[in-house]
Design a protein around this ligand. Structure first.
Ligand SMILES: Nc1ncnc2c1ncn2[C@@H]1O[C@H](COP(=O)(O)OP(=O)(O)OP(=O)(O)O)[C@@H](O)[C@H]1O
Ligand SMILES: [Mg+2]
Length: 630
């Protein structure tokens, strides 16, 4: 007697349903996708008890006649594809003809539907996959599907459901995805008789993001628009977070391919690569990214819940996304600078000290200190622009004597960056009516020896000097490396230092990169190295200690990724961070130059680790905090 039997129809569909319907959120996904495919303009979702007791989706789409509505509950019945050829270029969200029968087989299911203009609609009740009632129904044109008691006939499955809250959140996320993917459609979600959101149809994705999340978020996003890529026909659009904006989880990392929300490690990896140092370690970027490709270039039939796709040319897609993110971030810099406009001061020209119209200035009240505590290096040429006596005293009273291991004093940053004439032609005395086109900030002072307070047109700007310095050094180092010439500073006495064998191994492997960075390091016996020079703009007092810290840092980064994949930029990032750390925080006499240099950077708004360098507190926020505005 054979051991193999055919499963009954019911069991077979329950097994199949297991793939399509994992949890209440999958029901919502499938039903909403059907509504979208049916051309709905408005989709309302109602859930109770995390969708376990009820999911109801109501749309105003094309509806179905009686025959079709009965057929829609059959497995492999679909209006969306006809042949295998159609499967090669699917333009709809659905294509398998599996969702409705699957859902109906594991719930108490009710479908009412009516085509526009039809005299009567249809109502069908299904219990655990068995059609109980078919009758005329009188609902409005469109389709309404109710799914009650999900998995009531599959206790094993029901046990795997999470708390009602978690399931609700999953559903919410699912609707967020669909709502972002289709701003032109109105969406609402009601949870346990409470309206969670009601989103009117909008003209643009930006409006939808504003309605669903907040204006604040929208303001921190950058619009993406890569027309096409040279290698592949692809259009990438949407929004990504400006450098420095990140999240602790993936909930705002949304990716759509031809209107379909997908999970793609290829795309998210490419996004990450595009952000590179603009993203904090362990954090996730915010993306509302839309990829449009020829449907024939994407295989959608690869995942049971249609959550993933396969690209016919994955490398080109990856490259296009990396490039697009990089370009977007760099372009965003100009917009960002525009936002940091100077404070509006109609009487600016009346202020005596403003006559030189520098691109950065001190407030008139704190300019022209009567007595300075010491001579100000490099500031002499900047007529009329100085730092407040306090700011300077605070920032320059550290001991400089510790630097005896260096020959002479190299300027902290290369000369050419600081050539006042090169930086700001407006530094020359100018007529009073000169438009202070480059004037973007006014420095108010330095807080806690670390934060530079500045005023701009929007209100208060706080700059983290450390983060700013890291960014400036990093870009400098990178630029110099590209030009094959990092100026070095010989140490007075070369230093030797020992490291554990594993670290020695790491240094050996990365010796050439370190050397190109201007770090004069070489092997000096087993597990011993000699260091005799450093890049001149890295102001480090204990080179051996500095190298140890850099290695520790990179090792910890390397344990999460592969050690071999630590690229040049990562090493540069770490070198800069430790250079800044090793630097006495008080040694920033040139706050103003630091800021100016920061503004010159490609990505000024975050340090190479992705932490913000600046924070803007708008006047509106201040007014709110002081209760001037409700
Ligand atoms: N809300 C709706 N409005 C109009 N027609 C619908 C709606 N929902 C389903 N249908 C019809 O029922 C058919 C079956 O739906 P079902 O979701 O089971 O399969 P599908 O969408 O074709 O493919 P998939 O299983 O990939 O979702 C659809 O092809 C569509 O013609
Ligand atoms: Mg479907």
């Amino acid at each position: 007697m054979g051991r193999i039997r055919l499963l009954s129809e019911t069991v077979a569909s329950q097994v199949a349903a297991g793939e399509v319907v994992e949890r209440p959120a999958s029901v919502v996904k499938e039903l909403v996708e059907n509504s979208l495919d049916a051309g709905a303009r408005n989709i309302d979702v109602v859930i109770r008890r995390g969708g376990i007791s009820l999911v109801r989706v109501i749309d105003d789409g094309c509806g179905m006649d009686r025959d079709d509505s009965l057929l829609s509950l059959e497995r492999h019945a679909t209006s969306k594809i006809r042949s295998a050829t159609d499967l090669q270029a699917v333009a709809t969200l659905g294509f398998r003809g599996e969702a409705l029968p699957s859902i109906a087989s594991v719930s108490r299911f009710r479908l009412t539907t009516r085509e526009t203009g039809a005299l009567a609609g249809t109502e069908i009740l299904v219990n655990g996959g068995k059609i109980d009632v078919v009758r005329d129904g009188g609902e409005a044109p469109g389709t309404q599907i109710e799914v009650r008691s999900l998995f009531y006939n599959l206790p094993a499955r029901r046990k795997f459901l999470r708390s009602e809250n978690t399931e609700s959140r999953n559903i919410e996320h699912q609707i967020h995805l669909q709502a972002i993917g289709h701003p032109e459609i109105g969406f609402s979600l009601m949870r346990d008789d409470r309206i969670l959101f009601q989103l009117p149809a909008t003209a643009t994705l930006g409006d939808r993001i504003r309605d669903l999340y907040s204006v604040d978020l929208l303001q921190r996003l950058v619009e993406v628009d890569s027309a096409t890529s040279p290698k592949i026909k692809i259009r990438i659009s949407g929004f990504i977070g400006q450098a420095g904006l990140s999240r602790q989880n993936r909930s705002q990392q949304l990716v759509f391919v031809n209107g379909r929300a997908i999970e793609s490690s290829l795309v998210t990896g490419a996004v990450r690569e595009g952000y590179h140092t603009a993203l904090m370690k362990g954090q996730y970027p915010v993306t509302f990214l839309f990829l449009e490709l020829d449907p024939g270039a994407v295989d959608v039939n690869v995942h049971p819940a249609k959550r993933e796709v396969r690209f016919r040319d994955p490398n080109s897609v990856r490259e296009a996304v990396v490039r697009c993110v990089q370009l977007t971030l760099v372009q965003a810099r100009a917009d960002w600078q525009e936002k940091f406009r100077p404070p509006v001061r109609p009487d600016l020209t009346a202020v005596p000290s403003a006559k030189t119209a520098p691109d950065l200035s001190l407030r008139s009240e704190v300019t022209a200190p009567e007595t300075t505590h010491r001579e100000l290096p490099h500031l002499g040429t900047v007529a009329g622009v100085g730092l407040s006596a306090e700011a300077l005293a605070k920032s320059d009273d550290s001991g400089r004597g510790q630097r005896s291991d260096f020959v002479g004093q190299a300027p902290r940053l290369p000369e050419h960056r600081f050539d006042p004439k090169g930086v700001a032609p407006s530094l020359e005395p100018q007529p009073r009516d000169t438009k202070p086109a480059q004037q973007q900030f006014e420095i108010i002072g330095v807080l806690s020896k670390l934060y530079v307070l500045m005023e701009n047109a929007n209100g208060l700007v706080l700059v983290d000097q450390h983060a700013a310095h890291e960014r400036v050094l990093f870009e400098e180092l990178r630029r110099r490396m590209e030009q094959q010439g990092v100026p070095t500073q010989k140490l007075l006495l070369p230093q030797t230092f020992d490291v554990p064998p594993r670290d020695a191994d790491w240094i050996e492997r990365n010796l050439s990169v370190l050397q190109r960075m201007g770090i004069g390091i070489e092997s000096f016996g087993p597990n011993t190295f000699k260091i005799d020079s450093l890049p001149s703009f890295l102001d480090v007092s204990d080179p051996a200690q500095f190298m140890r810290e850099v290695i520790d840092d990179l090792k910890s980064a390397g344990s999460s990724a592969s050690a071999m994949r630590l690229g040049e930029e990562m090493i540069a990032t770490s070198v800069c961070r430790h250079a800044v750390k090793a630097n006495d925080p008080l040694r920033y006499p040139e706050v103003e130059k630091l800021i100016r240099d920061l503004l010159d950077c490609d990505l000024p708004y975050c340090c190479p680790h992705g932490r913000p360098t600046m924070i803007q507190i708008s006047l509106a926020e201040l007014e709110k905090k002081f209760g001037r505005k409700v």
